[in-house]
Design a protein around this ligand. Structure first.
Ligand SMILES: [Fe+2]
Length: 344
């Protein structure tokens, strides 16, 4: 396995690059904007293809690298369902899995630091974001923070993991790099409380100054969307109404680029081809299966929110499939418009 812990000294942030092998697919957790150039260099050096960029929560102390990584590598951006970020490709919830070739992260919703805080488990380790830090815990006094929820997340979720589980947080300000669940149970001063009330009392009296970057980072991290508007201006998008009419047309091939797990959860699109985004570029190449389809028919790409499909239509156009389009706003918008149409 390839595992790299990378540090941004300005914000004290740890980012994690994971892949199962050289030449394979990679994912990155909590990337920092200023370090994106270095991540890309490292991906090239290790011959990795970045497939997913994940934030454990909407950060207040640094600007996320999610948008820049997506724009430069066409990777999928991932955050929790509760995230206020305007556009992410995939939104996960408790119990989901985040997969790349040979690796699988378990998803645990661990609210408290923020309401969109998530932790990710992988075999012998857990990435705890700002929920559980080394000998500390994430502050709970802004961004819908809630000490009571954090107590539940830590005591009833994270501390239930085996004691030898390695703890990799999103931050450390003292140079610590890794801990274990057992060590934190024994030595974390914030966890030496007898009750949830005591924890709430402790967290409500920390009197911390706001992070220096907060006024810049929170608005920037809320607006990371790829401009679907730009794709639409080029005439490469179809509206939800146009999509409804296109479904039954014989000269159109709908291409669902979501992952199988998303289809199982959200439902399939009748008659659609299924080509997950991870293998799409390959399939669109001149000898690829989808390229043949795209020559014979108009392709319309669909995904959940329209972000991956906006990238897909750009890939298709780049290989000369001029008729390719995507569903603006994704299946989420199409379903909600259909439902309101049925009600009225
Ligand atoms: Fe945070």
């Amino acid at each position: 396995m390839i595992f790299r812990q990378m540090f941004d000294a300005t914000s004290g942030t740890y980012s994690y690059l994971l892949a199962c092998r050289r030449g394979g697919e990679a994912l990155i957790i909590d990337p920092v904007l200023e370090k994106v150039g270095r991540y890309i260099e490292l991906l090239n050096e290790l011959d990795l293809r970045l497939l997913k960029a994940i934030d454990t929560h909407l950060h207040a102390d640094h600007i996320t690298g999610l948008g820049a990584l997506r724009d430069r590598t066409q990777c999928i951006t991932v955050m929790g369902e509760q995230s206020k970020a305007d556009v992410v490709s995939t939104r996960v919830n408790d119990g989901d899995k985040i997969d790349v070739d040979g690796l699988s992260l378990g998803v645990i919703h661990t609210p408290g630091h923020t309401d969109d805080s998530y932790s990710f488990t992988m075999v012998d380790r857990v990435f705890t974001g700002d929920t559980l830090l080394i000998r500390s815990t994430g502050r709970t006094d802004f961004q819908n923070g809630d000490p009571r929820a954090q107590y539940e997340s830590i005591f009833n979720r994270l501390l239930k993991l085996p004691d030898q589980t390695l703890v990799y947080p999103a931050h450390d300000y003292k140079g610590e790099t890794v801990s274990t669940i057992g060590e934190e149970k024994a030595f974390n001063p914030r966890l030496r409380v007898q009750s949830v009330e005591q924890y709430v009392e402790l967290m409500n009296n920390l009197k911390l100054p706001n992070p220096k970057m907060m006024d810049v980072a929170v608005p920037a991290n809320t607006k990371i969307g790829l401009s679907q508007g730009e794709v639409a201006r080029r005439g490469w998008a179809v509206t939800t109404a146009e999509f409804t009419h296109a479904i039954d047309r014989s000269d159109v091939a709908i291409v669902d680029i979501r992952e199988t797990s998303e289809q199982e959860e959200e439902g399939t699109v009748p008659g659609a081809l299924h080509v997950p985004y991870a293998v799409l570029a390959e399939s669109l190449r001149p000898r690829g299966a989808l390229h043949q389809n795209g020559v014979a028919k108009k392709l319309i790409f669909v995904c959940t929110f329209g972000e991956r499909s906006a990238m897909a239509v750009q890939l298709a156009q780049a290989v000369g499939l001029d008729g390719a389009r995507h569903l603006h706003g994704g299946l989420a918008e199409w379903r909600s418009k259909n439902q309101s149409a049925r009600k009225s």
